[in-house]
Design a binder for this molecule. Structure first.
Ligand code: ZN
Length: 398
């Protein structure tokens, strides 16, 4: 990669030539910082060039290492259950998510409106796909293709019909069923991003979380029903100043990252110069990261293919469980997220075994905000009451 600090070509940073893009974070560097380990580089095959629209590059974001690592891990391993980014405005939450577009991998995606994939036939037999795709399968006609993972943003003032889709009643009367695909079905095999997730209605957030957990959902209208695939990675962001998220909903996000403003003066200055360069000449700024984007995308793609091979040794599993027990976390999602995130980290380094270091690296983002003092007190009070009841029984029966 070459960085041009020539004033003529690089107007955004001409005021401070001493500031260089020396600390650009590739995927390798990000993971290095988080785990202190090296991963190997791969040759890149795909070059999608500059994505449109011109979002600020993910790898150009200064600092925010935990947020960047959490986002990358959840792309590598969708079983993590998504990420929730919590923090005040101006801490690069939305910028980071949108910037991912340049490093997203290629995956097999369905060309059918129900989201049928060949893997559904492998898993559930021919009934795992719709009749049309079953027919195509019999005739050896492909019903999927390789395409780059997309980021689908949930519109701010969305309604339940747009989220789930609907069955057109008028067409229904003519005995032809017209389906309107919802955002959840369009997000299948992609990323669904919800900004201000804490401001969504309960009805909508519950339908999204249920669809994400099940990987499919059914839309019903009178006697008709249609089932769509919804295997998406959920990314949410929220500003806690604008309202809380119910603990039950918070628990359903795999990783939780608390974003803060940059504290170091050098970082703040660097962030300012990069933002200024991007605003004055986005095309040129994005070019700086083109090679790193390609490397990161290829590494993520390889890690994603490899992650299912990663195993967890019983000694490491016991260590993880002990940690969760020691922290008094009751939700079983804690183990799931902790181990799946550790697997993604191991996969990013091409290792098929999780280490204690992997667990240590991902524990804060997997386990924070899972404890409830209300539930802990509730259980303690309940146990105290049980003891009182038993001692009363003993006293009276004595
Ligand atoms: Zn189909």
């Amino acid at each position: 990669m070459s960085v041009d600090n020539n004033e003529e070509n690089n107007p955004g940073i001409s005021e401070a030539p001493s500031v260089k893009y020396s600390n650009i974070s590739s995927l390798k560097e990000l993971i290095d910082i988080a785990s202190g380990k090296n991963i190997s580089h791969y040759d890149f095959q795909h070059d999608s060039g500059i994505a449109e629209p011109l979002f600020y590059p993910f790898l150009g974001i200064v600092g925010q290492f935990e947020m960047k690592l959490a986002l990358i891990l959840t792309i590598i391993n969708p079983n993590i259950g998504g990420v929730l980014l919590i923090g005040p405005r101006g801490t690069a939450k939305t910028t980071s998510v949108r910037g991912l577009v340049d490093i997203l991998p290629f995956v097999e995606s369905s060309s059918c409106q129900f989201g049928c994939l060949p893997e559904d036939i492998e898993l559930n037999g021919i009934d795992g796909v719709c009749p049309e795709c079953a027919q195509k399968n019999a005739e050896n006609i492909p019903f999927s293709q390789l395409s780059k993972v997309k980021i689908i943003e949930l519109p701010l003032n969305t309604n339940l019909n747009s989220v789930t889709g609907s069955i057109d009643e008028i067409s229904n009367k003519n005995n032809t069923m017209h389906l309107k695909r919802g955002i959840l079905s369009l997000a299948d095999k992609n990323i669904l991003y919800i900004d201000e997730v804490n401001l969504l209605s309960n009805e909508i957030i519950n339908s999204i979380l249920d669809a994400a957990a099940m990987g499919k959902y059914t839309v019903r209208s009178s006697s008709r029903s249609s089932t769509f695939h919804s295997r998406f990675t959920l990314i949410g962001s929220m500003n806690p100043e604008e309202g809380n998220l119910r603990p039950q909903i918070m628990d359903r996000f795999g990783l939780r990252v608390v974003t803060r403003g940059l504290v170091n003066n050098t970082d703040r200055l660097e962030a300012y110069f990069r933002a200024s360069h991007y605003l004055s000449n986005p095309y040129e700024f994005i070019q700086i990261y083109r090679d790193e984007n390609n490397i990161a995308r290829q590494e993520i793609e390889n890690a994603r293919k490899f992650v299912w091979k990663v195993k967890i040794d019983s000694k490491i599993a016991k260590f993880g469980i002990e940690l969760i027990k020691d922290l008094n976390i009751l939700s079983l999602r804690a183990e799931l997220t902790l181990f799946e995130a550790a697997k993604a980290l191991a996969a990013s380094e091409n290792r098929d075994q999780i280490t204690i270091e992997d667990i240590k690296s991902v524990a804060p983002m997997a386990l924070r905000l899972r404890r409830s003092s209300y539930i802990t007190n509730f259980i303690e009070n309940n146990e105290a009451e049980n003891e009182e009841i038993n001692s009363s029984l003993d006293k009276i029966l004595a």
